[in-house]
Design a protein around this ligand. Structure first.
Ligand code: FAD
Ligand code: NAI
Length: 469
């Protein structure tokens, strides 16, 4: 007799593991199928967590080299110990994936190791790397198989000199010249890591701007900050081909996006960071009758149900921003729905953070979107140059920008460039969750001296005016 569950989740990334835990907490008998050796998916193993370990370490390295002197700390030039930095990253990953193991045991979740496929609703087949397949019976299935790096035609990834984010997280030496293809989140975060550690980084971006989707004023100013950090940008450009040389270096053909004269540039490593694509291979979705959309994502309704009863899907493999916290919230929502509750995700208030220095954080509408939608909006802005704490920390780069409705004062979006922007954005996320007005924020006492006072000042600027500018 096959094992019988209320819910089988395929994939143990932030969507799958969080959904499994919440479902178990709500009384369901839950199993998770994972094909990798460790739990936690892209985010914990090769994404959010290892990248943040390297971002943190490289930021301190850079600060020790260039920032300490002005604070009155004289030290000899720091020496990079890359193997130890990578050990730090590996320890952080191990501790996080081990945490998921612990939580699964605590919540009595059964783990099946192997590739999960769906012969039909109510059945999951687990095929391990070796040994016989196991069939599991279940009332509900959640597909949470995530995404993988997209590639460019004609470019061969070897994860040594032509790498995706996965290879860029494990380089064994600092490349002298790093090419980053794509000025999105991965390109700018991992480009920053290697730039701080000594690489000369050039970013080639197809569009005429960086960070598409983010507020364009924010993107423009942020690009200037990155240029000051010695990162070079070639916008409106594309890579036409990469030729590997006998000495291991790369000759890269770069041309204008619209076509034109080709420039040949030399690099040691190229990072392809042109987006990620949903991953559904091996699931047998066609045979099971689960429909995909035009971009290869599993198509779901407002309650995460696919085209087949009893089969649901969440996370990067469905539509929406490819973010860990979006996947997690969908995991919680589907667990609640399956337990008979009213699970729901508010897609209008999902924050997004680029963990560079300074950080870029955003929630809600950009000014570009409000313009396009013809909304009557007002802007409240406050620079960190006018914030006392930022001055004390020598962290005066950036600003807070809040967008609110002219008639109702309701906050529609917020964008922060600055140190710790990724933490500060959450008071705006909370405000938006409660449909708050700028005046609510402007009247809220903020501790002094904090960077968050700049957030309040931007809200004050939407009313009778900011105080400190
Ligand atoms: P995933 O995390 O991709 O997990 C899917 C899991 O399913 C994997 O473990 C896979 O092995 C397993 N699987 C797939 N098919 C099968 C099968 N047939 N059978 C069994 N198992 C299967 N997001 C953020 O919000 N913040 C960040 O800072 C951030 N940093 C990132 C940095 C990098 C370098 C990358 C690549 C991504 C980053 N992301 C970040 C994005 C984030 O990792 C994803 O949004 C998130 O992991 C999606 O979660 P998921 O559960 O949908 O899928
Ligand atoms: P992305 O979609 O953020 O950026 C890809 C960039 O590549 C875009 O600017 C695009 O215009 C450009 N591009 C596409 N084709 C190109 C070409 N042929 N030549 C030059 N440029 C080209 O994708 P990215 O950075 O790969 O990240 C993938 C996903 O992972 C994102 O959706 C992101 O949400 C998630 N992620 C989130 C992080 C975070 O929240 N901090 C960190 C890292 C990844």
């Amino acid at each position: 007799m096959a094992d019988q569950f209320d819910l089988v989740v395929i994939g143990s990334g932030p969507g799958g593991y969080v959904g499994a835990i919440r479902a178990a907490q709500l009384g369901l008998k839950v199993a998770v199928v994972e094909k990798w050796a460790t739990l936690g998916g892209t985010c914990l193993n090769i994404g959010c967590i290892p990248s943040k370990a390297l971002l943190h370490a490289s930021e301190l390295f850079e600060e020790a080299g260039h920032g300490f002197k002005n604070l009155g700390i004289d030290i000899p030039a720091p020496v990079l110990n890359l193997p130890q930095m990578m050990n730090h990253k590996a320890d952080v990953v191990a501790s996080n994936v081990g945490g998921v193991d612990y939580l699964f045991k605590k919540n009595k979740i059964t783990v099946y190791r192997g590739t999960g496929s769906i012969p039909a609703a109510g059945k999951v087949l687990v095929t391990p790397q070796s040994g016989p397949a196991t069939e599991i019976a279940t009332t509900n299935i959640v597909i949470a198989t995530g995404s993988v790096s997209a590639n460019l035609p004609g470019i061969e990834i070897d994860e040594k000199t032509v790498v995706t984010s996965t290879g860029a997280l494990t380089l064994d030496k600092v490349p002298e010249r790093l090419l980053v293809i794509g000025a999105g989140v991965i390109g700018l975060e991992l480009g920053s890591v290697w730039s701080r550690l000594g690489a000369k980084v050039t970013v080639v971006e197809y569009l005429d701007r960086i960070l598409p989707g983010m507020d364009s004023e924010v993107a423009r100013q942020f690009q200037r900050m990155l240029q000051k950090q010695n990162i070079e940008f070639k916008l409106s450009s594309k890579v036409a081909g990469i030729d590997k040389q006998d000495d291991g270096s790369l000759k890269v053909r770069v041309e204008p996006a619209k076509g034109g004269e080709v420039e040949v540039l030399d690099f040691d490593v190229a990072l392809v960071a042109v987006g990620r694509k949903p991953f559904t291979e091996g699931l047998g979705l066609e045979a099971a009758g689960v429909a995909l959309d035009e971009r290869g994502r599993v198509r779901v309704d407002a309650h995460f149900k696919t085209s087949v009863d009893g089969i649901y899907s969440i996370g990067d493999v469905i539509a929406g921003p490819m973010l860990a916290h979006k996947a997690e919230d969908e995991g919680i929502a589907i667990a609640e729905i399956l337990a008979g509750q009213a699970g729901h995700v508010n897609y209008a208030a999902i924050p997004s953070v680029v963990y560079t220095n300074p950080e870029v954080a955003s929630v809600g509408k950009t000014e570009d979107e409000l313009k396009a939608d013809g909304v009557n909006y007002k802007i409240g802005k406050f620079p960190f140059t006018a914030n006392g704490r930022a001055k004390a920390m020598l962290a005066t780069q950036g600003f807070v920008k809040i967008l609110a409705d002219v008639e109702t004062d309701r906050v529609l979006g917020a964008h922060i460039v600055g140190k710790n922007a990724g933490e500060m954005i959450h008071e705006l996320v909370t405000l938006m969750e409660f449909s708050g007005a700028a005046e609510d924020l402007a009247r809220t006492t903020h501790a002094h001296p904090t960077l968050s006072e700049a957030v309040r000042e931007a809200a004050l600027a939407l009313g009778d005016g900011a105080i400190h500018i």
